[in-house]
Design a protein around this ligand. Structure first.
Ligand SMILES: Nc1ncnc2c1ncn2[C@@H]1O[C@H](COP(=O)(O)OP(=O)(O)OP(=O)(O)O)[C@@H](O)[C@H]1O
Length: 344
């Protein structure tokens, strides 16, 4: 559906070159929800803006449904762009227009007749759950309601693709959930292909089928969400995945935590489980084999895309070399082991 081939973009600030996007290929299957995640400045906005040519890449091609947008003239491009809608972090509604008129705008511009506009906008308001807000102005809406209006407006011309530029970043967690649920529903009901950029792995976890990680203008890892969460290869991907688990060190431990080993201190470790390692009885096997005690402080396991992954905080108690061998054994069994410090 969306196919990017070798697109790249470099900005210049005075004499300074800023390579925002190195030559990048990306294929987004029709009907999927594809998430691109990266830290601030990684190149997410540049990449998504290249898809509808809001940003012109320096080279490479952008095809939607087999049509290369970079090869079109202005008039043809305007026509093709109707198939690609976009929503933004700050909604970009027209404050002087009512909700109804915001949604109607692109239909008016396309010359749609009044009766058709009336029925289409009414349907869209129902789809996004805002039937009672038709005559309200954006200033009187919550952030979530504004994004619902923006979604309705985006869908007015029956696009094939919806681009979401940090669409939930300005919303609280509950509203974020409801907007993501709406996007998923639209994806399933209308078969709309969704490409979104985000810096929050929670968003990917909630609605994406596929995910790619972007770092310093390069896509460094990608895949289906389930296997990705279960077996991410790069440290950055693993860090993003860990950010979705909320396992904190108890305060009493935090205070007693030293970064140096010492007499009477034991290591406090964080174990990250991926894929197969979640189900295997690796912890008990290690305890038996190396004669150590493992005291579990807390653990969290999650399901994403049908696969399990999780985190555990534990103390390892035993002789120094037994602890070392245990750590090695766990690592060999696809568990990331991180020593957070030493506790008495
Ligand atoms: N118009 C521009 N002129 C100069 N540099 C730019 C321009 N747009 C982006 N950049 C630079 O390109 C790099 C990638 O920026 P981009 O906005 O794509 O990142 P991002 O991942 O979307 O970041 P954020 O999450 O902070 O929005 C950054 O170093 C940024 O400063």
């Amino acid at each position: 559906m969306i196919s990017l081939k070798a697109i790249h973009k470099t900005f210049f600030q005075g004499k300074r070159r800023i390579p925002a996007l190195h030559p990048t290929d990306l294929d987004v299957p029709a009907g999927s929800i594809f998430g691109i995640i990266g830290s601030s400045g990684a190149g997410k906005s540049t990449l998504i803006r290249c898809v509808n040519l809001l940003e012109h890449p320096d080279g490479g091609s952008v095809s939607i449904d087999g049509i290369d947008l970079t090869a079109l003239d202005e008039r043809q491009l305007r026509q093709q762009r109707r198939q690609i809608a976009m929503i933004f972090q700050h909604f970009n509604l027209l404050n002087s227009r009512t909700v109804f008129d915001n949604i109607a705008l692109s239909l008016e511009l396309a010359g749609t007749d009044r009766a058709r506009i009336q029925s289409r906008v009414t349907d869209l308001l129902a789809l996004v759950g805002l039937e009672d807000k038709a005559n309200s102005y954006p200033a009187n809406l919550s952030g979530g309601q504004k994004q619902r209006v923006a979604i309705a407006r985006a869908l007015a011309n029956e696009p094939k693709v919806l681009l979401c530029d940090e669409a939930t970043s300005a919303l609280d967690p509950e509203t974020t959930k409801s907007i993501l649920a709406l996007l998923k529903e639209i994806n399933q009901r209308l078969g709309l292909t969704i490409l979104l950029i985000t810096h929050e792995m929670e968003v990917v976890k909630q609605i994406c089928d596929r995910v790619a990680i972007i770092d310093q203008g390069r896509l460094i890892e990608q895949g289906e969400v389930g296997p990705f969460f279960a077996g991410a290869k790069t440290e950055l991907a693993r860090r993003f995945i860990r950010s979705t688990l909320h396992l904190s060190i108890p305060e009493s431990y935090q205070a007693a935590l030293s970064d140096q080993p010492g007499e009477g201190r034991v290591p406090l470790i964080r174990l990250s489980f991926h894929g197969d390692s979640v189900d295997a009885p690796v912890i008990t096997q290690a305890a038996k084999q190396f004669g150590i005690d493992i005291s579990i402080l807390s653990a969290q396991m999650e399901y994403v895309g049908g696969t399990k992954f999780g985190l555990m905080l534990a103390e390892l108690m035993g002789a120094e070399d037994a602890v070392e061998r245990t750590t090695h054994y766990l690592t060999q069994h696809n568990i990331d082991v991180e020593v957070l410090g030493y506790v008495q």
